[in-house]
Design a protein around this ligand. Structure first.
Ligand SMILES: *Cc1c(COP(=O)(O)O)cnc(C)c1O
Length: 494
């Protein structure tokens, strides 16, 4: 019997093939990670040989523990190689230092932690602040939450979705530990005025982080080609930029669990490290948040970047650039749709034009047609829209053409369907609730309202998103864990 009193499934080990078949059956319910029909979360270089190499490298290092680099010197070499490659691409100089992390969120968390520790040690800041354009990634809010910084938000222009450098300047105080600029932002794919923001930061002696998690690898290679010739500088070469995050598991097309955090120098990086020598176990030096960490993602990232190489990445970036341009032009020709801002990278945010369809209904209709476009609720001056992350697999000409054709048809169906609305009286009642005092009854009511009372997520997400969007953001944040919590209800009674 298992600890929960359930009979063990079988006395004999299940055959390998049967285990793998069960995993494959589970995957069948997911959106595909290959093939270019999933335009968020996944990055497909459309190269099956690459997948095999990545899997082999991953497997060979899966059991290697990056916790102790003194007994696994291979991880030191792999990490130093990747940092050197990224520094060469992104404006590093002799002295540029870096850390391999598990992903963009961890890179952003460590950038903030490092800045907090630096501000305390060097400037005596005890109540640190984090200055963020409204479009900065949610990972920075997570960092402020975890590490006790106060967020100061700078609004962005409602057309360009970029912050005004003068407004950033006005937000900087003696307590500011860090200011962030995105290159580009996730939601709209626009690049912040990095040089201006970094200049303001430097003038006040404040650190400046460039979040190039999604765009750094892509833009760094694109600008080697004529297609990227007029990109404004956004990397460590810009005066005042003190750290930069760039994900390999996005446009490096490496398996997930791979990002880099670069610092102007090792002295700055050291402020974020944790060391401990006062317990009975091994001496601890952690550059990241994890303790034990598999070297699988590190080795896979090393192998994939070696194999694709600078020229290969440049080709991939150029293909994606042309696909993104064709998609943006195509979207602009579909009556009822418009692209938000001026996307500088490989991302598009598609909203309704005047009299256009409900973007969430468009997303549902696209889902029915076999595509995943990511709904982005209205926030911080940005209207409701759907997000498209364009990767090499999307860039196949027939895929771009099919996507635009299916999108135009989805818009027609979304018009026929009409927008999903929320009863204003209910929205008003919800707005009056205090997020800190919402009890189980209010939660149940709100979830029923969104059509997810019974725990399962509905096929069509537009009604859920409409409710979410109608709520004050703090209340929405209070309810979201309840929605997700119902997917993980705990162990059922026998
Ligand atoms: C993806 C992303 C992050 C967070 O990265 P994860 O790898 O998802 O943790 C941070 N910033 C930007 C701009 C991103 O696109």
């Amino acid at each position: 019997m298992s600890p929960f009193g359930l009979p063990r499934p079988a006395a004999l080990p299940a055959p390998e093939a049967a285990i793998l078949a069960r995993l494959a059956a589970l995957r069948a319910g997911d959106v595909p990670v290959k093939g270019g029909r999933t335009l968020a979360y996944v990055y497909d270089a459309a190269d099956s040989g690459l997948d095999a190499l990545a899997a082999a490298a991953h497997g060979a290092f899966a059991g290697v523990n990056g916790l102790d680099m003194t007994v696994f010197p291979s991880v030191v070499r792999l990490e130093n190689d990747l940092v050197a490659r990224a520094a060469a691409l992104l404006g590093g100089t002799p002295g540029t230092a870096g850390t391999f992390t598990s992903g963009g969120t961890e890179s952003c968390l460590l950038a903030v932690l490092t800045a907090r520790e630096h501000a305390r040690a060097v400037r005596g800041v005890t109540r640190p602040r984090l200055v963020l354009p409204a479009t900065a990634h949610a990972a920075f809010h997570k960092a402020a939450h975890l590490f006790g910084l106060e967020v100061v938000t700078v609004p962005v222009d409602p057309e360009s979705f970029r912050p005004d450098p003068a407004a950033v300047r006005a937000a900087l105080t003696g307590d500011t530990a860090l200011v962030v600029a995105s290159a580009p932002s996730y939601a709209h794919g626009v690049v912040d005025p990095v040089a201006e923001i970094a200049g303001e930061a430097a003038a006040r002696g404040v650190l400046c982080h460039v979040d190039a998690c999604i765009g750094g690898w892509y833009l760094g290679h694109l600008r080697r080609a004529p297609e990227g010739a007029d990109l404004a500088p956004f990397d460590l070469s810009v005066p005042g930029v003190t750290s930069l995050s760039v994900d390999l598991h996005k446009y490096g097309y490496t398996p997930k669990g791979a990002s880099l955090l670069l610092f102007r120098d090792a002295e700055l990086r050291r402020h974020g490290w944790f060391a401990h020598a006062d317990w009975p176990g091994y001496p601890v030096v952690n550059a990241t948040l994890q303790g034990t960490k598999s070297a699988g993602p590190l080795a896979a990232a090393w192998a994939v970047t070696e194999r694709i190489g600078t020229e290969g990445y440049t080709d991939l970036a150029v293909r994606v650039h042309h696909a993104r341009t064709a998609l943006a032009d195509g979207v602009a020709r579909i009556p009822g749709l418009r692209v938000l801002g001026t996307p500088a990278a490989s991302l598009l945010a598609v909203a309704a034009a005047q009299g256009g369809p409900d973007p969430f209904v468009v997303a549902d209709e696209m889902r029915t047609a076999g595509w995943y476009l990511q709904p982005q609720p209205a926030a911080a001056g940005s209207p409701a829209n759907v997000h498209l992350t364009v990767t090499a697999a999307v860039a196949a000409p027939e895929t771009v053409e099919q996507l635009l054709k299916d999108l135009a048809e989805a818009v027609v169906r979304a018009h026929a369907h009409g927008p999903v609305t929320v009863d204003p009286a209910i929205a008003e009642a919800a707005a009056a609730l205090d997020p800190d005092r919402v009890g189980p009854a209010e939660v149940a009511l709100a979830l029923d309202l969104a059509g997810i009372g019974d725990g399962a997520l509905p096929d069509r997400m537009a009604p859920v998103l409409a409710v979410l969007q109608a709520l004050p953001p703090r209340l929405a944040a209070r309810l979201l864990p309840e929605v997700i919590g119902r997917l993980y209800p705990g162990v059922a009674a026998a």
